[in-house]
Design a protein. Structure first.
Length: 266
């Protein structure tokens, strides 16, 4: 799939303990298999930053809350289409510490980001990333539930939108004592259980290896994808890839880490 940049969003993120400005590109591509009544898809993940405001400002919002309206503006201006005719797929990881805590990672409530996308696009389907919580307080068992009708948050399962069945698996391989991280065997079983239902698309937080940088769970994901028996698109994030797209047997995988993918019909 060829991707062309149609815009960008300036935010603030942490690299090696230092906050700095960062541009999230808005990339337009074309894909087959979109429902006739849907103008396209918006896919974005790993928006682990804050809005570009003064570090001294109180309550600087999460980056995803400004990414959603910026993506909508690009869709109107560059494509002449209505954002309300787009669905949104969110592969997870939208938390960042407040501006005055220069550390990447941690856990926090990312519902404002999901609300921003649901306010902007026709519907949202999201899987949890390993830095995301969906509650007012940290601690205890992380909840994974929907709080509005146009937004579906799925940790494992298959949902249908516009006649398309979307197989969802959240989290990643890691320390099972932390939110939305599982043992290798547990995550493999969860992925294979969803693949066995033969969904049209896959939405997962962690994808297969995408080049020289990957985490321990990613090779297992690739092995699972080799079991897919029909042509399928996987939307994922979690790790940077050498390129945004790759082919794994019958699966076309798209990585939306730190960007917005705007996908319209071929």
């Amino acid at each position: 799939m060829n991707l062309e940049q149609i815009g960008s969003i300036r935010v603030r993120k942490v690299t090696r303990g230092v906050f700095h400005g960062c541009d999230y590109p808005i990339l337009r591509g074309r894909m087959a298999g979109l429902p006739a009544d849907l103008a396209g898809l918006v896919v974005s993940s790993d928006l682990q930053g804050r809005a570009l405001r003064s570090p001294l400002a109180a309550d600087v919002p999460l980056a995803g809350t400004v990414v959603a309206p910026a993506a909508a503006a690009a869709i109107r201006a560059e494509l002449g289409l209505s954002p309300s005719d787009f669905g949104a797929l969110l592969p997870g990881d939208y938390w960042s510490h407040p501006i005055n805590v220069p550390k990447r990672g941690g856990y926090g409530d990312v519902r404002p980001v999901l609300d921003a996308f649901a306010d902007t696009f026709r519907w949202v389907v999201c899987v949890p990333g390993n830095h995301d919580l969906y509650e007012d307080k940290q601690g205890g068992v992380p909840r994974c539930e929907s709080w509005r009708g146009d937004l579906t948050l799925v940790d494992q399962g298959v949902v249908e939108r516009e006649g398309v069945r979307i197989g969802c698996v959240g989290g990643c391989v890691g320390n099972a004592n932390r939110p939305f991280r599982r043992s290798l065997d547990d995550q493999r079983e969860r992925i294979m259980g969803v693949i066995a239902e033969h969904p049209d698309w896959l939405l997962m937080h962690e994808g297969p290896p995408g080049g020289t940088h990957f985490r321990p769970g990613a090779p297992m994901v690739e092995t699972c994808l080799n079991a897919v028996e029909q042509d399928t698109v996987l939307f994922c994030g979690h790790d940077p890839w050498d390129a945004r797209t790759q082919q794994v047997d019958r699966v076309t995988a798209l990585n939306s880490m730190e960007c917005v993918l705007v996908l319209t019909a071929e």
